[in-house]
Design a protein around this ligand. Structure first.
Ligand SMILES: Cc1ncc(C[n+]2csc(CCOP(=O)(O)OP(=O)(O)O)c2C)c(N)n1
Ligand code: SF4
Ligand SMILES: [Mg+2]
Length: 295
């Protein structure tokens, strides 16, 4: 496949509603490249999102799309994968959507280990709603709500990678979209990984975050070197809490384990995806009646 096979503008023409210079453009490009290089077909790929600037990404890529409520991408992504394991399922949203409103879903999805990839556009701000602090905003970050006279944001920033390692998420990585090539490579590894994968992607919001700019991310990140052992969980935790400079690359890979789809029992006997099976209405009715009468 070629990246152009994922170009939605070949089918429909509309404006992309992101500011000029927004990091989301490169994330879109990196993802289209990753999908093409993995030879995935648009019709076999689903991108699921919530609400926000980042969550618009699937609208601008030619694949299947499910756009859920704010913070609710992951239950939908998990259900889609369970109903049709043949699909490649990617959930994509912002730091506010995945780590704030959707934080509880993130935690439990990590534990359940569905074979999906989660790409979080982390610009350390709520972009869509015009610049409020997000869970990953840094201490001292000033907004119209977290004002200068109150020293801006006063709480500790949410650490998605430390959470991932603590929850034994099966793949935990960080990328910086100033480097499209490396981001694409990390995305490919995440998609190919069997089980849940989280990639936190540093992405500047040029309009509402004048602190964490392209230059800031470049000066405050470094790549893990070839000697780093991503299967060492304690080393991964140490890397996850580094903040003098933030490490980029695959921080952690857990031991191979069963996915949510495998554990659910749906495919123990019948290997066909759920959507190919005829619905047994009588059985369903009986099941509902048992549940209702048990209330
Ligand atoms: C239940 C609910 N709460 C709040 C909102 C308002 N809202 C929409 S997007 C958003 C934050 C988006 O921030 P983020 O996920 O970081 O995405 P970004 O725009 O920065 O890419 C909020 C609070 C909403 N749509 N629904
Ligand atoms: S407000 Fe920020 S995140 Fe949203 S499109 Fe503009 S630069 Fe991008
Ligand atoms: Mg954001």
């Amino acid at each position: 496949m070629k990246p152009d096979d994922f170009e939605i503008m070949n089918d429909v023409q509309y404006d992309i509603a992101w500011c000029p210079g927004c990091g989301n453009y490169q994330i879109r490009s990196a993802l289209m490249l990753a999908l093409a290089e993995l030879d995935l077909k648009p019709q076999e790929t689903v991108i699921v999102s919530g609400i926000g600037q980042a969550a618009k990404t699937p609208h601008y890529i030619r694949t299947n799309v499910f756009n859920g409520l704010h913070g609710r991408a992951l239950p939908a992504a998990m259900a889609i994968k369970a109903a049709n394991p043949e699909l490649t399922v990617i959930a994509e949203s912002g730091d506010g959507c995945m780590y704030g409103e959707g934080g509880n879903h993130l935690m439990h999805t990590m534990l359940r280990n569905p074979d999906i990839s989660v790409f979080v556009h982390n610009n350390m701000v709520y972009g869509l709603t015009k610049g409020q602090a997000s869970p990953t905003s840094q201490r001292g970050f000033e907004t119209l709500v977290q004002t200068a006279d109150r020293q801006g944001v006063t709480s500790e920033p949410f650490n998605p990678l430390a959470l991932g390692v603590a929850m034994n998420a099966s793949f935990v990585a960080r990328a910086f979209i100033g480097d499209t090539e490396q981001t694409k490579e990390i995305m490919k590894k995440a998609i190919q990984h069997k089980g849940f994968s989280l990639v936190d992607i540093f992405q500047p919001c040029v309009t509402y975050n004048k602190i964490n700019t392209f230059r800031w991310f470049k000066n405050n990140t470094y790549y893990l070197d070839g000697a780093y052992d991503s299967t060492d969980r304690l080393a991964a935790f140490e890397k996850a809490i580094e903040h003098d400079k933030y490490p980029l690359g695959v921080l952690y890979r857990g031991l191979p384990r069963a996915t949510f789809e495998e554990n659910s029992g749906i495919y123990d006997v019948d290997k066909r995806p759920l959507f190919q099976r005829a619905l047994d209405k009588k059985k369903l009715k009986e099941l509902i009646q048992t549940k209702v009468s048990g209330l």
